[in-house]
Write a protein that binds this ligand. Sequence first.
Ligand SMILES: N[C@@H](CCC(=O)N[C@@H](CS)C(=O)NCC(=O)O)C(=O)O
Length: 322
Amino acid sequence: MKQPQYIRQFDHVGIRVSDRQQAVAFYEQLGFREIRCFEKHEANEMESPAGVRINLIFNATRLPHGRNLLLDEPIKLPGVTHPAFVVDDLYALKDWLGKAGIAITEGIHRLGPRRITLFIRDPDRNVLEFNQLLPEPGSVSTTQEQSLYEAPVMKLYDLELSGNCYKVRLFAALAGIELELEPVDIPGGAHKRSPLIDLNPWGELPVLVDGDVVLRDSQAILVYLARSYGGNQWWPDGAAQQGEVMQWLSTAANEIHHGPNTARLVEKFGYPLNKAHALEVSAQLLPLIEQHLSQHQWLALGRPTIAECAVFPSWRWVGKGA
Ligand SMILES: N[C@@H](CCC(=O)N[C@@H](CS)C(=O)NCC(=O)O)C(=O)O
């Protein structure tokens, strides 16, 4: 049976934080003002000039390496992941965030037909989403309004059968990163002509375009996506940890590329490459990976990272001729 009251609006969202002073200062910067304290509940209430309310709850334990338990861990726990606010001008907010030194962790992207969006983190790595709602398509009158519909979506120049492109698609899918795929006709040589060759003079895929950022090389793209949008469970902060993941990215770009990848290119696509050498490299490489995986559940850091995304696509078709 349906309950008789319809829910009219949100009253507030509760956000748990670990350092009261730091958190209040951060949310004040965003325009909220403390209007009430609930000392018994270790919480306050803050309100924006437009009457949007949040409650900060001051009893969090800060996790090491600035991780967010709901979003930055490989095992996804149930819970409310983030509040999403509405502003009038998302680009003005973006400019201000840049000046205030607050990192944008995703966006500005178009998200569905209704809104453009960007994401930031608070000092406890709680995710905050900001949206500008798009006018109804029929009601758009000015060129400024029109341009909102052209908000850049991150684009991957892609070939479905390419293992290097697959690495990026796999990671984006795992980390929930929205990518627009732009298929490129490699057999027709589109990657050696303008506009692709202007984006990547190497004449190779994948290529990622995210606003002003243009990147070639699947490993570089994995690092960029993980660092910008994936959270540090995928690409850690510590030097030793980065080194541990990097070993596998290099293995992917070197031994895997010259071994199993090259053998596949000859076998499946008839590339005029040295298959005997590729098999020799593979014969040295594959037992090393097998041995590593017989002693470790994951390639690096005891958890899934972008190392898996770099290595798995080739591993998947070894011996399968796929
Ligand atoms: N190091 C690059 C290698 C990229 C690469 O070899 N891409 C292939 C597709 S998987 C390509 O574009 N080849 C161009 C060609 O065959 O002409 C990466 O990891 O992305």
